[in-house]
Design a protein around this ligand. Sequence first.
Ligand code: NAP
Length: 304
Amino acid sequence: MADKVTDIIIIGGGTAGMTAAVYAGRAGRSVKVLEQTIHGGQIINTSHVENFPGFDNIAGFEFATALYDQAVKFGAEFVYEKVTGIEVDGDIKRVLTANGHYDAKAVIIATGARPRPIGVAGEEKFVGRGISFCATCDGAFYKGKTVAVIGGGNTALDDAVVLSQLAEKVYLIHRRQEFRAEKQLVEKVHKPDNIEFILDTVVTGIKGDKRLEALELQNKVTGEKTELAVDGVFVAIGQMPENDVFKNVVEVDSAGYIVAGEDCHTSCPGIFAAGDGRTKKVRQLTTAAADGTIAALAASEYIG
Ligand code: NAP
């Protein structure tokens, strides 16, 4: 456990956090990035990124690895510990972890968001036993099998396309007729002939013994209930922020996002919020990187 006070502690090693580490390191600050699992964040679950300026097509994992290398090059130290809270003691921010604490002059919270669960009884039991939140990670387990993807955003459509190359059959279940995803992805998802669309439909239940075996569905327009036999389901219905442990030091909104504007300042001086976990309209790789930049420069200015 370090006794030294770090200039800037960044909580979360996703795109926002690692970009903040690059900028804070380049500004000559000592930087620790605290990450509870593996650095990279949500983008490592995206097969191909086609909308980051300057990159025609880069794998999410490759993007995250390059950003990590860049942050390390500028002096960031990555510490793999789960953060359990922050205490503010005058000018010092004490970041509490499962193993102890780290002190900093400024903190950037960049913990992003985690996948939203379906919200039906018993689903936790099937996570890893037929329920997955990551097609890129788990798709290979379903070679030649039948899977469903739930959602109508970029993640769901991207997942469906990836899975159509592995599984024999892919059902895309969405609660409306129209997709929220970008036009190009909507066009792409209509090309493979093994993707079948089940629209205006929600999942109301899950069936299975040791593994997931079937989904109970309900059509929202007709009210009709049906059952769909699947080997696996990929849930892609958006994310929820991961800010519960920060609620006592910074203001969060009713959905749990940290209240912070484009300047990334929170209600607590010296604590900044960057990326998908703050109140904002557009949650993209580019805006996460922009937040990381702004938060690092603001934190550096705050330290003086
Ligand atoms: P999202 O854009 O918020 O889409 C979530 C989808 O799930 C929506 O279609 C929504 O339906 C549906 N949904 C939400 N709650 C539901 C529920 N309880 N039951 C059933 N369906 C539900 O989430 P995302 O696709 O994960 O994307 C998150 C962000 O990452 C977005 O900004 C996205 O553009 C970005 N992203 C970008 C890329 C890329 O650029 N390549 C790839 C992946 C993600 P409604 O449409 O009816 O609300």
